[in-house]
Design a binder for this molecule. Sequence first.
Ligand code: GUN
Ligand code: FE
Length: 459
Amino acid sequence: MTLAVSGTLMQTPAPDRLTVADAVVEVDSTGAITAVHDRSTPEGAAAGQSALAAASERVELAPSTLLLPGLVDMHIHAPQWPQLGTGLDLPLERWLFEYTFPLEARYADHDFAAAVWDDMVPTLLAGGTTTAVYYSSNHLDATTSLARACARHGQRALVGRVAMDHPEGTPAWYRDATAAAGVDASARSIEAVAALRSPLVEPIITPRFTPACTDGLLQGLGELAEATGVRVQTHCAESDWHCGYAIERFGTSDPRALDRFGLLRPRTVLAHSDHLTDFEMAMAADRRAGVAHCPLSNSYFANAVFRVRQALAVGTGVGLGSDIAGGARPGLLGVCQDAVTVSRMLEDGVDPALGPAQRGVPDSRIDTVTAFWLATAGGASVVDLPVGLIEPGRRFDAMAVRLDRPGGLIRTWESIDDDARIFEKVVRLATADDISHVWVDGTSVKPGRFPVRDRRRQH
Ligand code: GUN
Ligand code: FE
């Protein structure tokens, strides 16, 4: 089965660069993009026509529908899906113990876990999240079943069993019994995910964050990463409390402590990281680790705004994360909007009692083009997955967004809207209802309808 898709292709190959082309994308039977023909030239138009004629499946998008790369959610807590939209009244350290650990502990129940995954994964796909970097729960079985759900619904994913054993940083009823048990279960989870042999799903080593992990567990997971080459994810320098905790326990900052344990490695995802100094951003870049910027969640928990522009300037990789359920927004286009908004607040500052010169951090703003780059090519590059851009050699992970849908919010006005404005409207205004097609690895995965089930009756 080969596929050819024609339409207006909009994408962001660099943080400040939007490209627009009338394109035909050729996809081979494995889901790889083999050619992108630009129909603005006669040769490109002819090649595109032959590609459409030769493909076994053709999708010719209407001029009022745009083709875009799929979204890469770099940080999402799958078991927190049932509390999406709630519980953001407490600071992080209390939110974890009072709301989140009790919910995550329920994933010992396999049926409950499976019901959540089967609700969450198709909903995220419908919103254009073609890749998700998941924290699962502490349970081996629930984690394997999350990986299986991603494979079955067709979502590309990195799936991590959460390791956490600290006697003070975790409750007795939700932790690994010892550091050795945590390392062992993490190794077994890697094997279980790999045993699914899905081309879409890979494991990721997941120490929750330093306050939840003993030195033995952090060290053991650093060694496991070195021995297996499997990617690592953790929360880093998220809040004042988290940073102060690290200084007190390790006598150094959180990112430096992670580095000592061998956890700052190529492709490591450092969630949040809004308190990184310039030096620590450069250190992360040197180790080829990157940041999952979670702007909405940071507004509740982090006491600071991540400095995207400064990170990109020193060469640190950055992507975007929803941080469900610390962030109450499942669609990554909305998170793009949050990233733009918080960057403007960082640049201008927020306290009107201060004069404009003292209020903010100059040169901090990002625009929708940069935010979309973070949500696609930026994130893909941190975790080194061949997605995020529609170009030969990458996998065909993409979405189509309808403009001017009756009942939708995106309105285009001839003689007023150019391509750049239309792109801005899509990033700011599109919802899952505007997304008509989603492909992962060349396969159409947009669910026909949102799954409808009375979960309260079942659980
Ligand atoms: N730090 C440790 N665990 C978590 C979590 O679940 N969410 C967020 N935002 N921060 C964390
Ligand atoms: Fe998180």
